[in-house]
Design a protein around this ligand. Sequence first.
Ligand SMILES: Cc1ncc(COP(=O)(O)O)c(C=O)c1O
Length: 509
Amino acid sequence: MLRSSVKLVRGSSSRLSALSLRAVNNRFSSHFTASSKLSLEDVNPRVIAAEYAVRGLIPARAEELKKKLQRHPHEVPFKSIINANIGNPQQLKQKPITFYRSVLSILQSPSLLETDVFPEDVKARAKTLLDNVGSVGAYSHSQGSSVVRESIAKFITERDNGALAHPKDIYLTTGASDAVKVIFEVILNGEKDNGVLIPIPQYPLYTAALALKNATPIPYYLKESDNWGTNPQEIDDLVSQAEKFQVKPKILVVINPGNPTGAILSKENIEQILAVAAKHGLVVIADEVYQENVFEGEFHSFKKVLSELQSKHAEFDSVQLVSLHSSSKGVSGECGQRGGYMELVGFKPEIVALFTKLASISLCPVVTGQALMEMITNPPKEGEPSYELYQSEVSAIHDSYKEKADALYAAFKDLDNIEVQKPQGAMYLFPKITFNDRVLAAARESNLLPDVFYCLRLLESTGICTVPGSGFGQEPGTFHVRTTFLPPGSEWIQDWAKFHKEFVEKFAE
Ligand SMILES: Cc1ncc(COP(=O)(O)O)c(C=O)c1O
C-alpha cells in the first residue's frame, strides 16, 4: 500500500487523480465484513471503574428535570433546579471580580491597551503579562510563565512568614485536578500495591484518579464528633499495617480546608501529620484549594509548618510535599478558566525532572488560567486605582459565603434526625442524617443506598441538587449529604427544611 502510494505521488497530476480514483474504487468495491465498534470489553477497565459522584446519578437526574422544566413546567413541583451539588460559584450567579476580568479582556484583545476603557493598573498588569507570554494564544513555558511563577513564589513566601518559595519549584496546572493526575502519574507505577492514604470523607477526584492508576486507596477516617478532625495516630497505624496487606503506602493526601467537611486543621495537627510522613517516607499532597475560604480559626499551609519544623528538627528534611492551589475556589470562583498551581518541596532533582518532562508533554497549562493565578496571588495594592473596588468585591463575596453557611447551619440544627458540624471553611456542609428502619427498607426496595434515596427525593420534590455522602465515603452505617452553601437567596433553605420535616413524618414508625 505504501509503495503504490509513493508511485501515485510520483505520477503526473491527471494520471494521479485517475489512479487514485481507481484505487479508491477498488478498495471499496472489494468485499469485506465491517468490523464492529469498540465495546466496553475493548477499552480501559480503569476508566470504567472510576466514579465521580459530584457529577453522578443525582446531578444527571437534575439535568433531566431541568429540560423537563423548560418543556413542561407544570409537570414539575418547583420553579428551578438549585445546584448545591458542586462548588461552582459562577454557575450560581456569583459575579466575577472586575480586576481579573478587565485584565483578561485586554489579554484576549490587546488593542484595548490603546484605549481608555480600563484603569492604568489594569493596563499595566495586562502589559506585564503580555510582554512575558507574547499572546494568550501562544504556548507558554511548559511550567508556566516566569512572571506568573515569580508572583506565586512571592505570594507563598509572604503567606508562609518568609519561608522561601522559588519560581523553579512552581508548576502552573490546568486546575488542581490536573495537578493531582500529574502527581499520581509521576509517583504511582500502575501496580496495585501502590497505596495512597486518603481522608474519608474525601473529594472523589482522589478515588477516581487512583482507580485510573490502578492504585490502592488506604482510607483514614476523619472524626465527625471532633469537627471532622484528622487523627495522625490512625494514619501511622494504617501505614504500619499496610505491609500485611502487601500494600506500600507512597502518598498521603490531606485536604485543608476540607471538602466535603469544611474542617480546618490546627497547626499541631499538621505537625503531627508531617511527623508521620517523615517517619514513613510518604509524599504529602496538601490540597489547599480552599485556603481563602476560612470562617473560623486560621489556615496554616503545610509548606509553612514544614519549614518551621525543618528549622528545628533535621528529621523533617526528607519530607516531600506538593501543595495545590486553584483559581476555582477562594472568592474568584473562576472554575471554567482552569487555573491552578502546584509547589514541589523536597524532591530529588531526578524526580523534579520527571514533573518537568510531563509538563512539557502537555505543552503548557491554559495561559488565561495562568494569568488568573498571577492576579489571585498578586491582587491590586492599596493606592492603586483598582484597589477599592477589588476589596469591596472580595469582602462582599466572603461575607455572603459566611452568611449563607450560617443560615444553612442554623436551619439544619433545628431539624430532627440531622446532625451538623459548625462550618469552619471551604464551601460545604456535610450533615449526618439518621434514617429509621422504614426509610432503610424503602431505599432497599428502590435499590438505592439510603442517602441516595434521600437526595433523589429531595431533588424530585424541591429541585435542590446535592450529593449523597456515599460518593465521598463515610463511616459504615452512617449517612450524609453534601451541600454547598453557594446558591443565592434563602428560599431554597426553607424548601429543604420543609421537605425534611415531611420526609420524617412520612416515614415515621
Ligand atoms: C478539594 C478539591 N481539590 C481539587 C478540586 C479541583 O479543583 P479545580 O477546579 O482546580 O480542578 C476541587 C474542586 O472542587 C476540590 O474541592
